[in-house]
Design a protein around this ligand. Structure first.
Ligand SMILES: *[C@@H]1O[C@H](CO)[C@@H](O)[C@H](O)[C@H]1NC(C)=O
Ligand SMILES: *[C@@H]1O[C@H](CO)[C@@H](O)[C@H](O)[C@H]1NC(C)=O
Ligand SMILES: *[C@@H]1O[C@H](CO)[C@@H](O)[C@H](O)[C@H]1NC(C)=O
Ligand SMILES: *[C@@H]1O[C@H](CO)[C@@H](O)[C@H](O)[C@H]1NC(C)=O
Ligand SMILES: *[C@@H]1O[C@H](CO)[C@@H](O)[C@H](O)[C@H]1NC(C)=O
Length: 251
C-alpha cells in the first residue's frame, strides 16, 4: 500500500504507470505483520520527502506541484448546475499531508485512510457555464483559488483477489473518497466576456458565499478524486502482484 501512494503520484500526474519494484529505501510492510497498520502509518509518513521531490530512478515525478492537463466537472442539482472544464490545473501543497489513520484488513481486503492537508493553492485555465447556488457563471479565462485548511480527506478502497496465470492480483471494486474542505478564496478572470462590473460582482458573491459553494461542489470534487484513484488502482494493482505489494514474512 506504500507503493500505492508512490505510484498514485505517478499516475495522477498522468505519466504512464510503472510497475517496477521500489528501491530499498522505501519501507515495506508484510501482510503477516501483526502491527501492519502501524507499519503503513510510518511508511506513508517516511515516504513523503521522496515522493515530494520525485524518485527519478523509479520514474516518479514530483507531485509538488501537481498538474492535471485537463478534466471536466459538471453537476445538475438544486445547489449547483454547471459544466466546468479545466486546462493545466495546478495545485500546490499536496505533499504536505499528514496521515491521521490508516487501516488495511487482509481478511476483508478493505483499505482506508484519513489524511490532513494545509491550505491548497490552485490555479487553472478554465471555461464554465451554469450556476452555483444562485450565482450565474459564464466565462473563460484564468482562475486562481485557495482551498482553506485544515482539509481532511478519507479514502476507502474495496476489492477482491483474482488469479491470473497462477499469480494473485488485487482487483479494486469500489473507491469512496470523502473530502472535508470548509472554505475557499477565489478569483476568476474572464467572466461574462470580460465585463468588468459583472466580473467584480460575481467574484464578490463567490467569496461571500464561499462556504456554501464549497459544500455544493464537494460531491463533484469527490467524484473526480474517485475516478482518478480508480484509474490508478486498476493500472497499479493490475500490474503488480498482490504479494509484491504486501510481501509474506518468510519470502
Ligand atoms: C470535456 O467536455 C468537452 C465538451 O463537453 C469534451 O469535448 C471533452 O472531450 C471533455 N474532456 C474530458 C477530459 O473529458
Ligand atoms: C440546469 O440547467 C439547464 C440549462 O440551463 C436546465 O435546462 C436545467 O433544467 C437545469 N437543472 C436544474 C436542476 O436546475
Ligand atoms: C498547458 O501547459 C503546457 C506546458 O506548459 C502548454 O504547452 C500548453 O499550451 C498549456 N495548455 C493550455 C490549454 O494552456
Ligand atoms: C506545510 O505545513 C507546515 C506546517 O503545518 C506549514 O507551516 C507550511 O506552510 C505548509 N506548506 C505548504 C506548502 O502548505
Ligand atoms: C474485477 O472486478 C470487476 C467487478 O467489480 C469485474 O468486472 C472484473 O472482471 C474483475 N477483474 C478480474 C481480472 O477478475
Amino acid at each position: 500500500m506504500l507503493s500505492i501512494l508512490v505510484l498514485f503520484v505517478v499516475c495522477i500526474s498522468e505519466i504512464n504507470c510503472i510497475s517496477q519494484d521500489l528501491t530499498d529505501y522505501f519501507p515495506r510492510c508484510s501482510i503477516d505483520d501483526s502491527n501492519l497498520n502501524n507499519c503503513l502509518l510510518n511508511a506513508f509518513n517516511t515516504v513523503r520527502p521522496y515522493v515530494k521531490k520525485g524518485v527519478e530512478e523509479i520514474g516518479i515525478l514530483p507531485f509538488e506541484p501537481l498538474v492535471l492537463p485537463t478534466f471536466n466537472l459538471s453537476q445538475e442539482n438544486l445547489a449547483a448546475n454547471y459544466t466546468f472544464t479545466a486546462w493545466n490545473f495546478t495545485i500546490r501543497g499536496l505533499d504536505n499531508y499528514s496521515v491521521k489513520e490508516i487501516n488495511y484488513n487482509p481478511e476483508t481486503l478493505i483499505f482506508s485512510t484519513k489524511m490532513e492537508f494545509d491550505a491548497l493553492p490552485l490555479y487553472s485555465k478554465y471555461e464554465i457555464s451554469g450556476r452555483v447556488l444562485h450565482i450565474p457563471l459564464e466565462g473563460k479565462g484564468f482562475v486562481s483559488a485557495t482551498l482553506l485548511g485544515p482539509i481532511y480527506a478519507t479514502i476507502r478502497i474495496e476489492g477482491d483477489l483474482v488469479e491470473v496465470d497462477g499469480v494473485k492480483y488485487y482487483n479494486t471494486t469500489t473507491i469512496k473518497v470523502t473530502e472535508s474542505i470548509k472554505d475557499l478564496e477565489v478569483t476568476a478572470e474572464g467572466l461574462f466576456e470580460g465585463d468588468k462590473e459583472l466580473g467584480r460582482v460575481t467574484n464578490h458573491l463567490l467569496n461571500l458565499f464561499s462556504v456554501e459553494i464549497m459544500q455544493a461542489i464537494t460531491p463533484a470534487l469527490e467524484q473526480l478524486a474517485e475516478e482518478r484513484f480508480m484509474r490508478f488502482m486498476k493500472s497499479f494493482t493490475g500490474s503488480v502482484p498482490y504479494y509484491k505489494i504486501f510481501p509474506k514474512l518468510n519470502n
